[in-house]
Design a protein around this ligand. Sequence first.
Ligand code: PXG
Length: 287
Amino acid sequence: MGLKVYINGELLEKENAKISVYDHGLLYGDGVFEGIRAYRGKVFRCEAHVNRLYDSAKAIGLEIPLSRQEMIDAIYETLNANDLEDAYIRVVITRGTGTLGLDPNKCHEPQIIIITDTIVLYPKDFYQNGLELVTVPTVRNHPAALSPRIKSLNYLNNILAKIEALQSGVVEAIMLNKDGYVAECTGDNLFIFSEGKLQTPPPHAGILEGITRGVVMDLAREIDIPVEERQLTRFDLYVADECFLTGTAAEIVPVVRIDSRDIGDGQPGKLTRQLRSMFQEETQNAG
Ligand code: PXG
């Protein structure tokens, strides 16, 4: 039996899980999504992800035809149908099938898609030795044009930055905002540890308010590390003692080099390692 995909209440074989080429999710990137993890059969921070999904949908004027509880039930139903314990979950809501014009009012039925699959973990080397990053020319979307707080199906802004990073020979990019301050990476939030404080850009710097970011901020406070949301410049990154990324897929990844400069001593930091082990414990124990 193959993998089953949820579409609008039905569980279909992966090969038969199809969406119309007239769907505005495809034609215009008109829709929203979430990337979620399950650990030991429990969906990690399920409510937070579902709430963010509904906020994203609301921000683009898309009404999801399920209650939040029905959405949570559908996620578990899909997970259980595939007998997955540790999984990657992708929830996609598209505007639905419409005409070849932009008008979203001509799309009548939002499509609800839930894919649960095995997770492909990042190489161990990322975690053991840390990542090298570069800042890239593509600026993060202007919040007044398309707010980065909306997890929309239009990820071209991030993809362009990713291409620039890959062309520079590294796997992730640091994106700056319209004012030149640090925003985030293409699919992860960024933290530094500097002057005894954990620091990360605020939501109004034009970032996606990551769920992992929130968990990490809570964990740091638990061990009495002050946490500050503040505007960061590239200089702040260069002179930081430690740097790391957070995201659902990546969890916590140390960053050891930025724009050809070593961060701290060029090795994964001590606090980074401590937070990573606390985070792993959290994923094994909490929902
Ligand atoms: N910034 C952006 C732009 C993101 O897309 C994050 C930060 C981190 O947020 P969370 O809530 O995950 O801590 C994201 C999340 C993937 C993938 O397959 C990407 C994300 C999440 C899950 C999977 O690349 N991005």
